[in-house]
Design a protein around this ligand. Structure first.
Ligand code: ZN
Length: 288
């Protein structure tokens, strides 16, 4: 007989938590590999910030109602009958990889999973831009905005006018930043997907695949990486709304602490959080 669904969802909540902790345990080793020994990484280093975010997420999950009630239920169950308890996480993971057999009625109560995308879904959403529409999009974009400039970056003097795949776009906000976006598409649907973004100071002369000399722009590149990771299918137009929200990057206040620079590290608010009620990206410090 299959156990009641509530138990299944509790087991799943705890298995998910266990897996994210296991996942996080790999990170310090990765960080050690990338750091230049014997110099310790500064606390504001992007990979450390990402790791700290991951730990914050775990703490958040740990405190959630789903996990807390599962832990309480497990404790009570152990008190009632503590015999033959083994660590079954591996079995749970194997079980989850197997598709449910058709005859078993609804084997799992699916825990409500919110979409991990940090981008908004609005009623004004348009179909994601396709490669053939890029040139016209750039033309319209530059016509509408005088403080921003978008273009296709050509590394070498190219004889062909065809769009490369992947292509690199160069986006600038005067006196604020230069961003290089690597975009690519597949021959199936031709939709342009943003693969990565690197940002630099407005007067830095650097190649798209290099790194800024300034920590704030390195953090910003990391932040864009986090946003792309949350929704790899996000359309270019929606991604551009995020980029444009950095126009007043060095003067806007964090929506949490209301400061321009954060207390620790004196860094501008490089994180963006979508605010549903006023339909805008709000600045936030990574540490807030
Ligand atoms: Zn703040």
């Amino acid at each position: 007989m299959s156990p009641p669904p509530a138990v299944e969802s509790q087991v799943q909540a705890l298995t998910d938590l266990y897996n994210s902790i296991q996942n996080a345990r790999h990170h310090p080793r990765d960080l050690l590999k990338t750091s230049i020994a014997p110099n310790p990484l500064p606390l504001t280093h992007p990979s450390l910030l990402l790791y700290s975010q991951q730990l914050k997420d775990i703490a958040h999950t740990l405190r959630s109602d789903a996990v807390q009630s599962a832990l309480r239920a497990a404790k009570e169950s152990e008190k009632a009958d503590g015999q033959n308890i083994m660590n079954n996480v591996r079995r749970e993971n194997r079980k989850r990889r197997r598709p449910p057999s058709p005859e078993s009625p609804q084997p799992y109560t699916v825990i409500e999973r919110q979409s991990s995308s940090l981008f908004p879904v609005t009623k004004d959403d348009v179909a994601p831009l396709k490669s053939l529409e890029l040139i016209e999009y750039i033309r319209q974009f530059n016509k509408k905005n005088s403080s921003y400039k978008l273009g296709i970056w050509q590394g070498t003097r190219s004889s062909t006018r065809d769009l490369k795949n992947p292509a690199i776009l160069r986006f600038t906000i005067k006196d604020v930043l230069t961003a290089y976006l690597t975009v690519s598409y597949t021959s199936n649907d031709l939709v342009l997907l943003v693969e990565s973004v690197t940002t630099f100071g407005p007067r830095e002369r650097k190649l798209p695949h290099s790194q800024s000399d300034y920590s704030v722009y390195r953090m910003l590149s990391q932040e864009f990486g986090r946003m792309i990771h949350s929704d790899p299918q996000v359309g270019l137009q929606k991604f551009m709304t995020l980029l444009c929200s950095y126009e007043n990057m060095f003067t806007m206040r964090c929506d949490k602490c209301q400061r321009v620079l954060c207390v620790e590290g004196h860094v501008a608010a490089v994180e963006r959080v979508w605010n549903e009620s006023d339909g805008q990206w709000q600045p936030r410090h990574v540490s807030c």
